[in-house]
Ligand binder design. Structure first.
Ligand code: NOJ
Length: 558
């Protein structure tokens, strides 16, 4: 097993709009982030992933980029960015930028040119097609509801947009476009960044001929024709040889719809593509047949099955990334734990569960203090384009029940993760002196970083310890995973093995006591309790004992 710094690292994700505002305009910014670097250092993280900070009209909060080599005005200047990078490096932390190149903004000069005429030199930077029988070129739908095609009167053609209509898809078949992307990446790497998180990177190759999804529906999900498409590995290998292989860097590709077989190729050990990918499979265990908004209760058995599959299938082949939430997902403690009476215990348990798995763990801002989902009363209080487009389609056009749709937003909406970080118990949680762009979660007086830093038993210090343990024990990074107690409906337990050592990870996912019984074949000489979220007698026999609600323990066995 080859040792790599990015396997040993813990990544912290910042969604800049919501992290910390330094100038009172209600929007988080680069200077705000720089002011909190000591906080991140104290937590112990190694790499900062910055969600997009590039120039953008903010149709999708920065994931619609109009200039890849300039900073968004609201976030500050390139000098502010330089200062942030220097601040990270001087503290021994690294920076990973977000690379959003499946699509650009429609305000990017490439697209402004592209839409001018069919023979414009930039026409082929995007995917243009004539309509078919007065309708869209095919029946694909956008991730953000409605058709994935937008008609443009000026040249009487449609352009493809898998996300909003202000996010036209780039045409990766065009070698000139690919070269522009590689040059831009090189420019950032030469400025000193340490890696890229690649937005929906497995969507860059679309099926030949852009076929409609079968079944004859006017609008249908066409995922099979644009996820993990025919040339995606070729493009990534080219990107790797043109750019990535020239730097000692970290790369993670966001890959909806990727199987473990796909992942073994994207994140292959030979290093010809990416270091690791983000899978979505565990994020789908609470979705019904109707997709994301068709919410159903998740089952521990499904979580075990999915996580174990990714652990087993990539063993010896590729590397996993580990996450339970990010800027697109609800807060993990609300989704997989208990954000009421057992908020602290369950947040620690979930962190234990995740950080002891094999892969590189990602922490999403506010996770380290146990921030929770939010319930706003009216749809107007939400900002996210995905929420508004879905609401428009379902409630305004489709006459679905308003309250039912709001309930789905409360569980799954992306704004759950995007409310401002709660720094202290002053007005607006210390995030801004102005009016925040998205309302602060009203629980900020109870849940905030200041309080966490003052309490030695806080979730914050528990994360600090988890990260510290990773630095002390190779087995946490490199040990081989094995699921135990597969059929237990409350406890998720597994081992990790490296040389003569074994790590025993025991997590009670239930809000009640659960009895743990050590499997007979798990023999050991001595044991050491590495971390736990309840008071435990370290000498207690472990062949059989009772775990409290959301209790977690990790033993090192020799
Ligand atoms: C995935 C990003 O994480 C999400 O926030 C964004 O809306 C889409 N890709 C489109 O860029």
């Amino acid at each position: 097993m080859e040792k790599k710094w990015w396997k040993e690292s813990v990544v912290y994700q910042i969604y800049p709009r919501s992290f910390k505002d330094s100038n009172g305009d209600g929007i988080g910014d680069l200077k705000g982030i720089t002011s909190k670097l000591d906080y991140l250092k104290e937590l112990g993280i190694d790499v900062l992933w910055l969600s997009p900070v590039y120039k953008s009209p903010n149709d999708d909060n920065g994931y619609d980029i109009s200039d890849y080599q300039a900073i968004m005005d609201e976030f500050g200047t390139m000098e502010d960015w330089d200062e942030l990078l220097a601040g990270l490096h001087s503290r021994g932390m690294k920076m990973m930028m977000d690379l959003v190149v499946n699509h650009s903004s429609d305000e990017h000069h490439w697209f402004v040119e592209s839409r001018k005429s069919k023979d414009n030199p930039y026409r082929d930077y995007y995917i243009w097609r004539p309509g078919k029988d007065g309708q869209e070129p095919n029946n694909w739908t956008s991730f953000f509801s409605g058709s994935a095609w937008q008609y443009d009167e000026h040249t009487d053609e449609y352009f493809l947009h898998l996300f909003s209509k202000k996010q036209p898809d780039l045409n990766w078949e065009n070698p000139k476009l690919r070269q522009e992307v590689y040059d831009m990446m090189t420019w950032w790497l030469d400025k000193g960044i340490d890696g890229f998180r690649m937005d929906v990177i497995n969507l860059i190759s679309k099926a030949d001929g852009l076929p409609s999804s079968p079944g004859g529906k006017r609008y249908d999900w066409g995922g099979d024709y644009f996820m993990n498409g025919p040339r995606v590995h070729e493009y990534l290998q080219e990107m790797n040889s043109e750019v990535l292989s020239k730097y000692d860097m970290i790369t993670v590709g966001e890959c909806p719809g990727a199987s473990t077989e796909d992942a073994a190729q994207y994140a292959n050990n030979e290093g010809t593509e990416l270091n690791m990918i983000f899978t979505f499979e565990h994020m789908d265990i609470d979705s019904g047949p109707g997709g994301k908004w068709d919410v159903k209760p998740w089952k521990l058995a499904d979580l075990k099955e999915v996580m174990s599959k990714w652990q087993y299938d990539l063993e010896g082949k590729g590397w996993n990334s580990l996450y339970l939430n990010n800027h697109d997902q609800p807060r993990m403690v609300s989704r997989f734990g208990d954000d009421g009476s057992y908020r602290v215990e369950s947040a620690k348990m979930l962190a234990t569960f995740l950080h002891m798995l094999k892969g590189t763990p990602y922490i999403y801002q506010g996770e380290e203090i146990g921030m929770t989902n939010v319930r706003f009363d009216s749809i107007e209080e939400y900002n996210d384009i995905e929420i508004h487009n879905m609401y428009g389609e379902k409630v305004i056009e489709g006459n679905e029940d308003h309250q039912r749709v709001m309930e789905a937003i409360y569980v799954k909406g992306r704004d759950n993760a995007r409310t401002p970080v709660q720094w202290d118990d002053s007005e607006n949680a210390g995030f801004t002196t102005g009016t925040p762009w998205l309302k602060v979660n009203p629980n900020y007086k109870e849940i905030n970083a200041k309080k966490a830093l003052e309490d030695k038993d806080s979730i914050f210090y528990y994360y600090q310890k988890l990260i510290q343990l990773r630095k002390e024990h190779d087995i946490i990074v490199y040990g081989k995973y094995e699921l135990i107690l597969e059929d237990n409906e409350q406890i998720y337990a597994y081992t990790r093995s490296l040389a003569d050592e074994k790590l025993l990870v025991i997590c009670n996912f239930a809000g009640e006591n659960a009895t743990f019984t050590l499997p007979n074949d798990l023999k050991y000489g001595s044991r050491e309790l590495l971390i736990h979220n309840y008071e435990v007698d370290a000498h207690e026999e472990i062949s059989n004992f009772v775990l409290k609600p959301y209790e977690a323990r990790v033993y090192l066995l020799n």
